[in-house]
Design a protein around this ligand. Sequence first.
Ligand code: GLU
Length: 421
Amino acid sequence: MATMTLEQEINPWEAQAARFDFAARKLNLDEGLWKVLRYPSREIIVHFPIMMDDGRVEVFTGFRVQHSIARGPSKGGIRYSPDVTLDEIRALASWMTWKCAVVNIPFGGAKGGVICDPKKMSQGELERMTRRYTSELIEFLGPEKDVPAPDMNTNEQTMAWIMDTYSMHMRQTVTSVVTGKPLSIGGSRGRREATGRGIGVVCDEALKYLHLPREGCRVIIQGFGNVGSNAAKLMAEKGYKIVGIAEYDGGLYNPHGIDIGMLMEYRRSNASVVGFKGAEPFDSPELVIAECDIFIPAATENVITSRNADRIKARIVCEGANGPTTAVADDILADKEIFVIPDILANAGGVTASYFEWVQDRQGYFWKEALINEQLESILVESFDDVVRYSVAHGVNNRIAAYMLAIDRVASTIKQRGIYA
Ligand code: GLU
């Protein structure tokens, strides 16, 4: 790995494959199953036209990668970003397979994305793009085939458009084709906060495991989107002290703790955290390496790399985003004895609540929020214990333990089902 270029290091597919190969070797995985699981089973690329508001026709490129359907329908979000690449979507699709297996829910893994700049698009353009992308994928989606959800720059409204487009093609309302929908059309209570809530749960478990107190525990969060802001809010309510928030356009620091309720209010009216009076302005990249007990990268990939990993000062890194740490950085964090709660465990609260939403839609019976939160917590606590136990038993770090646990579960399903024809 020492000869790896930075470009290779930050390629998410390489990052996924490096951990997969390492974990598969540790597991002594059968060579055939190794080949089956190393690559996605289906990759769809679509180029489709959209009429823009000014009358121009623009062509967009979209992807949907289905990594595995061994344990159930493939599951995973759709992201809109100018930086989307096929390699990134491939990596994210396989991470979904591993994530669903870590929390032991009956799904495979998938991910989708469209190369676009949603900040520069009107609601009308976003709606037309979402609907056309959905219709391009129509035969590959379905409650028993592949079930999308929100991811970076997509939200409940995006899911409502997908659900409606799919339903129009099917000539009937099919709520369970996507999760993360608005409550009024088959969404689940607690889904919006679920990823952030899950992060709080696994942080609690990590503190207990390391015999560290929760009260006053200093937390820095990078990213204040759905995941980061809900983690901040729910963790502050439990007694954690959120001392830093790093956003793409600037950061905030307050050693006495930031009032997250007020910050959320401020962000709602100013569309940014910058300028908030309840904390000092702080350089965002500096916050990543600032003094704290828990650092939560909750924005995007490649935040902790060979360039900064040796300067991370947190005792615990809890990965709210997918792929925020490169494989090279993993080794550096391990040398520093930083306790990493890997993405495929730490942010699995989102897809777990998606599973509850899919179940409720199919039953046509909706649960109370207290039940959702209780079930979510119990699944995450159990998964945390499974991963830590695996890590101790096999003498590997938490990330490799999570991969091993997941690969083992998926591989044994494939073995049981057999290879067709
Ligand atoms: N996009 C989220 C993730 O990366 C949620 C996926 C889902 O709910 O299907 O886990």
